[in-house]
Design a protein. Sequence first.
Length: 254
Amino acid sequence: MSVIGVLPVIAAVWYWVQRFGRGRHILQFTRASPIDLVLTTSAVTEAIHGAPASRPLTGYGQVRAVASCAGVLASLYPRKDVYIHLSGFIRNRLDRDLVILGGPAKNEAARAMLEDLALHHEMADFVFDDIDDTLRIDLQNGQPFSVESFTPGIVNGYPGRDCGLVIATFHRGQGGRYHRRILCAGFTTYGTYVAAEYLFGDLIKISPRRLSNMVGSRRIGSRFAFVCVVSARFSRGECIEIQPMYMAELRMRG
């Protein structure tokens, strides 16, 4: 009976170790340096009641995205601090591990990352425009992918569908060391939540071998970078379906 009682514990430990290893193998954050988490500043207003202080605001999807990734980061990287910024009120240089939530229309950090992406990776074209709702990806190592003039089907203020974009790459930070840089964005704030949910809820559970097959790579090595696009359907703001549409490895130039 004692052996039978121990088996569930062993199984639970084995599952946690597997999930721990897979998650860190895919996310590839540094071990100890802090993570900067940058949310999009959707608007700045003045308080209606009390002192008329400025109130920077962010979208519903960004808040949901933080909830999706916070528990994962605390579980996989318990020694790392997470500093949350709104894109219009960044308090330090973004030269360490970085997670950006939201697209380039209102997020300066997202805009800078996308500009840097084309300079340092092998690609013919990469456009993400969350104003005209257009996405074009043309990598030298894969088939081109595009979404033109996407229509989210807004009803009563809620989208019926959206696309989520995940980009995981690296940048040189403190002391010339490489640090992870991740972007989760959508054409609407709900797509941003979907992108984060897919990365931190689904992708980190996939085995490295399966993920390498999905992106067309031989293996998941150090400084592994990739791009992923998912589609989602919603019912009154709640996601009811997420489907992957495109995934490919991002290769550094040279």
